[in-house]
Design a binder for this molecule. Sequence first.
Ligand SMILES: *[C@@H]1O[C@H](CO)[C@@H](O)[C@H](O)[C@H]1NC(C)=O
Ligand SMILES: *[C@@H]1O[C@H](CO)[C@@H](O)[C@H](O)[C@H]1NC(C)=O
Length: 265
Amino acid sequence: MKNLLLTTFLLIGGVSALAGRGSKSALALIAARSSEAHPLHATDPITIWCSPDNPQVQMTKATLTRVADNKVFELEMNPTKKNATYTFGSPSVKDAGEYKCELETPHGKLVHKVYIYSRPIVHSHEHFTEHEGHEFHLESAGYTIEKGESVTLTCPVTGYPKPVVKWTKNGSPLALSKSVSMEGTSIIISNANYTEAGTYSCEALNEYTVNGKTSKMLLVIDKMVDVRSEFQWVYPLAVILITLFLLAVIIIFCEWRNKRTASKI
Ligand SMILES: *[C@@H]1O[C@H](CO)[C@@H](O)[C@H](O)[C@H]1NC(C)=O
Ligand SMILES: *[C@@H]1O[C@H](CO)[C@@H](O)[C@H](O)[C@H]1NC(C)=O
């Protein structure tokens, strides 16, 4: 009797604690530039798998849902009905995120979360070049503004988990001031003075653990800001005016000499 009670308890306990197991994978990325029109693809396929924690339990049905957009993928059940898989042949950065496996078993339904991680990458139409050939250190064309003008520096990064963004200026932590403020992950430079010129770098960092190995992944984007005098336009104008003036002097001088030579004859 005691044994029966214990067995019943274990069974119920086992059922109520119906849990799952599943994969955690990371996209294999060798570049950092992606956009809506041209999403970056990983170099290797990714196979997501889910199974009941208890190796005795077989599944009757298995579905996979991407949490971000509720897209449903057909999981393929293996012959033992104890494991279900889905393979992304050429996963892109759009496939990174959280997925939900819903596994139906004779003992009830279980839900298990699985993940595809992505290191921080740029997601933008802006043009970036690699800094000294480093794929994960990019630089933008930069900005030239006049003294007193404003500019917004964005950090268009994506990744899963969502990267944490930090800004530096000329290699030191960025000090906010009346002219330099932060809005979300962007920097706003307003009423710029010459001291606001420099290289602003956005550092995007995320971290994930796959197969017991924790990776900290960094992406750096440099944006150079040049502040010029608001009277910059005066200089080319002055050069043109001086040239015109000299030309006029030369013409007048030549005319005068011609007239003198003519009057002598
Ligand atoms: C399920 O299948 C995948 C892919 O074949 C494999 O990597 C994984 O270890 C399997 N999981 C279990 C619990 O057998
Ligand atoms: C701008 O910088 C110059 C020196 O570079 C300084 O003399 C001036 O006061 C500054 N102007 C403002 C508005 O901060």
